[in-house]
Design a protein around this ligand. Sequence first.
Ligand code: SAH
Length: 220
Amino acid sequence: MTKVRKVRHKHDLEVALDRLRDFEEPSEDLEQYRTPGDVAALILWDAYLRGDIDGATVVDLGCGTGILAYGSLLLGASTAICVDIDWSALNTARENLSTFRGMYDLVAGDVSTLPLRSSSNCVVVMNPPFGVKKRGADVVFLRSALQVCGKVYSIHKYSPGGVEVITRVAEEEGYLPLVVAEASMVIKQRLRHHRRRVHRFKVVLFRFVRTVQAEEEGDE
Ligand code: SAH
């Protein structure tokens, strides 16, 4: 089906992800910035080692360039569903995912009104907007993700209050939150007049598992 060779090391994954196309015209309002390869590889590799990727249906909410879906398919996911509100981003995702023909679906839509519901062997892997431009956008994404799959991996901008909110929302929805890693993220922001600014900030990588499932896995 695909000629792509599976990656065997986290570093190979990182290199493959860094080669993907970036947003053509990133929208500041939609907080469009591509997850750097090292951070994307960190969360995907963790999910892979826990056995959450192989053979799974991966849902990438706010897929942007499709980097997380692409990495999941490289690691052996059976299908990826990529959702974004922006057509131009979906076009970039299509180009990036072209080697995986027949293994992914692109869905144009708003995650807050997503008609997707949970299925078995499904996992959300996402890097949602951080809620800087539109306050609370990260929580809207999280609530939607928790409706879609029993397992969710998500990247959030670090702040002590932010981590508390994310943890509380997950618990309210019946999920066990776990911080799998913290990382420093560097993004190049394209501003008006073609100026570029480099931003460095801390992010927290979460794994959420529906409580019943977590008990079966013996997590707590
Ligand atoms: N996950 C991608 C992109 C992160 S940027 C990557 O790692 O490269 C956040 C993405 O969320 C953008 O592509 C933006 O278009 C999308 N987005 C923002 N608000 C949205 C909404 N309400 N519904 C669906 N997608 C949205």
